[in-house]
Structures are given as structure tokens and as C-alpha cells.
Design a protein around this ligand. Structure first.
Ligand code: FAD
Length: 415
């Protein structure tokens, strides 16, 4: 079989693959993207964080995306009964974007790939990667299109952006268990006909039902709103006696005093999707001739909307390093890729863990607010998790735990 030749093959056209492709196209590399599905397709991951804007910019996608009028996200609100904690990205520690978007991913990913194709990127949709064989850094990838036609691609480097497809982790047996407790989610969209006017109608909110259980509400500029319930897997399983996701999410909406009126009677735009035990991990992030990015590496948890940001951070970085390598420059993948990505993942892992222990929630709702603490946590939630001048980054392992302890002790003293 005669193989097509490219410098860099990208598997998957989600956010990670799209920014990698955008960056490499700008640099003039010979690339190809292979995407299993037909776009638009439904996918979760609708609340972005400001750091992603840097990546869309670098990939040459920002201007096109900005023209679609996606809902702007200036911050996020966390509701716990009568207590409200709002983060405003313009009031954060350090440099960085003050806003981002909240987006129906079907439209957003289609917008990205339309722009890439307009720029001449070769994207093979409805084409699945079925195998990859490595010969040193070179590889031969087998693909199958929607008509069942099988062909091969010869590449000098492969960037695996296949998300939960986890193409290379499966083929090369790199999958490993997540260090996080098993959590699951169910989500769908509604036509938000009861949406209030003003900020209340458009604000992204997370309603805490119990310490480990929360409901997301993500309003879009097209009038629809995404609703999702997240919690420990056994809790989510028990939301419906028959295991029916529709019944489960209806029951979840009833648990939200804040949102039950707005959403209780609304029909769903598509059958609710159940994502069971969504956290994943891998034993290594790269190998000879390949790098894994986005959900093909680790996915932690949706609570701080970090998934797409890690997908684009790793997508752009892998693209840069791959290009350096095929241009004959030295690349220290361990240091420049794994260690860098793991630092950010480690910071967010602490925040996710401390959210579910309840420690971080102590800090969110502590009154009176400490503006310095809030600005520093806000910078983390905006995705600036490599800024070690921020003590809430540099000392993430202990600072939340210690402050929560002090808050609890102080409450005891004053009782
Ligand atoms: P994807 O977006 O999944 O794209 C991968 C692409 O690869 C897909 O289009 C797929 O069709 C293609 N593919 C797969 N297999 C093959 C194959 N064999 N051949 C060719 N193509 C293939 N993140 C956020 O930032 N904000 C959120 O609010 C958020 N909420 C979430 C809620 C839940 C419950 C979960 C589980 C995740 C959430 N995420 C969120 C995470 C987010 O969904 C992912 O981190 C993000 O989509 C990863 O992007 P990606 O490009 O790595 O993968």
C-alpha cells in the first residue's frame, strides 16, 4: 500500500488537535489531521478559562472564533445555599486574559476546524486511526474512512490529540488509573426560555448540592443552556433507580433550590449523556516519535473547567517541540514537555482534591473575604498555574489545607 507522507500527523480535531494544527500550519509544516467523527458533534467541555485565549491567539484562531459572538465569560459564580462566591477574572493576581467564552462545543469545534480548512489545513473527517507502528521516530499510521477504505500515512512525528479515543495510550498500553476518586457526570442542553434578563441569565454558575456534588449551569449566546450534575459515581448512579440518565438529571435539577424553577419543566435538547468515571491518566506523556496531549493524557475533573485549557496548552507545546525535533534541534521532552505539563496538572489536582475535601470551599465562603487570597485563587481558576510568584501556585500543596484548618479553628474559638 502506497503511504501518504507528512511531517506531523495529528490524531483528533478537538481543541488540542486544532490549536496544534493552527500553530503548525502558520509555521509552514506539512501536516494532516485525521478526525473520526463528522463535525458538528456533541462533546462536553463548554466552560473555558482565560488562559486558553493565549493558545487560540498563538494558533491563529482567535479572530475567527471572536467573530461568532460566543457568550463572553468574565468570571464564575459558586453557590452554596444562601452563600455566593463570585470570581471576576479582571480582579486576579498577575498578568493574563480577563475573559474567555462559554460555548456549545459542537459549534465551537466546528468553527475552529472551518477556520483551519479555510487556511488550507488537510483534515480528513469521518476517518479513524486504527493502528500506528513506529520505526524509531518515523511511523506508519493506518486509517479507515467512512466507506471502509483503508490507507496509510507516513509521518516523522505523531501528536495524539484523540481525547477519550486515547489512540496511542491504547495501542502502546500507556493507560494508567487516575489518582482521583471515581466521579461521574450527566449533562444535556435546554432551550432556556425562563432565562432572566441581565447578568443572572448569562452567568456561569456551579450550585453546590453537597460538598462533593454540584450542578453546572452554562448559558450560551444561542439561547440554550447546558446543565450537568457531577458527583461521586455511586451518588450519580443512585439518582435514578433504573439507571436512566434523563430521570437522573431531572432528579438532580430538583435538588437545586436556586435553579429548580428555571429548569424543572424544560424538555432536553438531546438525550442526557452519562460520563461515568471520567478521570483518566497515562504512564508517560511522550515517546520516540510521538507526544500525547489533552484528554489523551490526563483528565482530572470538570469542577474548575481546566480540561480544554490543558488540552490547548499541551497541544501548542507538543506542536512546538515536535517541529523543533523534525528541524533537527535538540528537544528534552522530559523537561520541556512532561515536567512542564505535570506542574500545571499537579496544581489543579490539588485544587480539585481540596474542593472535594471541602477545604477549598472553606476559603471560598470565608467572610469577610480576604481580597489578596481571592485574587490569587482567581489567577489559578483563570488557568495561570505556572506563575510561581503566586503563593497559591507555588505553595499549593499546603496553603489551602492550612488556611482551611485555621478558618475552622477560628470558628470553633468564636462559638
Ligand atoms: P476532544 O475534545 O475529546 O477531541 C478528541 C477528538 O479526537 C474527537 O473529536 C474524537 O472524535 C477524535 N478521535 C478519537 N478517536 C479517534 C481515532 N481513533 N481516530 C481519529 N480521531 C479520533 N473542560 C473544560 O475546559 N470546561 C468544562 O466545562 C468541562 N466540562 C467537562 C465535564 C465533564 C463531565 C467532563 C468529563 C469533561 C469536561 N471537560 C471540560 C473536559 C473536556 O471535555 C476535555 O478536556 C477536552 O474536550 C479535551 O480536548 P481534546 O482536544 O483533548 O479532546
Amino acid at each position: 500500500m502506497k503511504a501518504e507522507n507528512v511531517d506531523i500527523l495529528i490524531i483528533g480535531a478537538g481543541p488540542s488537535g486544532s490549536v496544534a494544527a493552527g500553530y503548525l500550519q502558520k509555521q509552514g509544516a506539512k501536516i494532516k489531521v485525521v478526525e473520526k467523527q463528522k463535525f458538528p458533534r456533541i462533546v462536553v467541555g463548554e466552560s473555558l478559562i482565560p488562559r486558553v485565549m493565549d493558545h487560540f491567539y498563538e494558533a491563529g484562531l482567535f479572530e475567527a472564533l471572536d467573530s461568532y459572538g460566543f457568550e463572553k465569560k468574565p468570571g464564575a459564580r459558586f453557590i452554596r445555599g444562601k452563600e455566593i462566591c463570585i470570581f471576576d477574572f479582571s480582579n486576579k493576581f498577575g498578568e493574563g486574559w480577563d475573559w474567555t467564552w462559554q460555548i456549545p462545543r459542537a459549534d465551537f469545534d466546528k468553527a475552529m476546524t472551518d477556520e483551519l480548512q479555510r487556511k488550507g489545513v488537510d483534515i480528513a473527517f469521518e476517518t479513524e486511526v486504527t493502528n500506528v507502528e513506529f520505526y524509531g521516530t518515523d511511523s506508519v499510521t493506518t486509517i479507515k474512512d467512512k466507506n471502509g477504505k483503508v490507507s496509510q500515512i507516513h509521518a516523522k512525528f505523531v501528536i495524539d490529540c484523540s481525547g477519550y479515543g486515547r489512540v496511542l495510550p491504547r495501542i502502546l498500553k500507556l493507560e494508567s488509573p487516575s489518582k482521583l476518586d471515581p466521579h461521574s457526570a450527566i449533562f444535556t442542553h435546554v432551550k432556556d426560555i425562563n432565562r432572566p434578563d441581565g447578568v443572572e441569565g448569562t452567568q456561569i454558575s456551579f450550585d453546590i448540592i453537597e460538598t462533593e456534588v454540584w450542578l453546572w449551569v452554562i448559558p450560551f449566546s444561542n439561547g440554550n443552556t447546558s446543565i450537568g450534575i457531577v458527583g461521586p459515581t455511586d451518588y450519580i448512579d443512585k439518582l435514578s433507580a433504573t439507571g436512566n440518565p434523563e430521570e437522573a438529571i431531572k432528579n438532580a435539577i430538583k435538588l437545586s433550590d436556586f435553579y429548580v424553577k428555571r429548569f424543572d419543566k424544560l424538555p432536553f435538547e438531546f438525550d442526557p449523556i452519562h460520563l461515568k468515571n471520567y478521570s483518566v491518566a497515562v504512564s508517560q506523556f511522550y515517546g520516540e516519535g510521538y507526544a500525547l496531549t489533552g484528554n489523551s493524557t490526563e483528565f482530572l475533573d470538570p469542577v474548575f473547567s481546566s480540561g480544554v485549557c490543558f488540552a490547548t496548552e499541551s497541544g501548542i507545546l507538543a506542536a512546538k517541540l515536535a517541529l523543533k525535533q523534525i528541524n533537527g534541534e535538540d528537544v528534552n521532552w522530559e523537561k520541556e514537555y512532561t515536567e512542564y505539563m505535570k506542574y500545571g496538572i499537579d496544581v489543579f489536582t490539588t485544587y480539585v482534591k481540596e474542593w472535594y475535601t471541602g477545604n477549598l470551599q472553606e476559603l471560598f465562603y470565608h467572610q469577610p473575604e480576604n481580597p489578596d487570597v481571592k485574587r490569587k485563587i482567581c489567577a489559578v481558576l483563570a488557568g495561570y498555574v505556572w506563575n510561581k510568584e503566586n503563593t497559591f501556585v507555588a505553595k499549593h500543596h499546603n496553603i489551602i489545607k492550612n488556611m482551611a484548618y485555621m478558618i475552622r479553628e477560628t470558628k470553633k474559638d468564636s462559638n
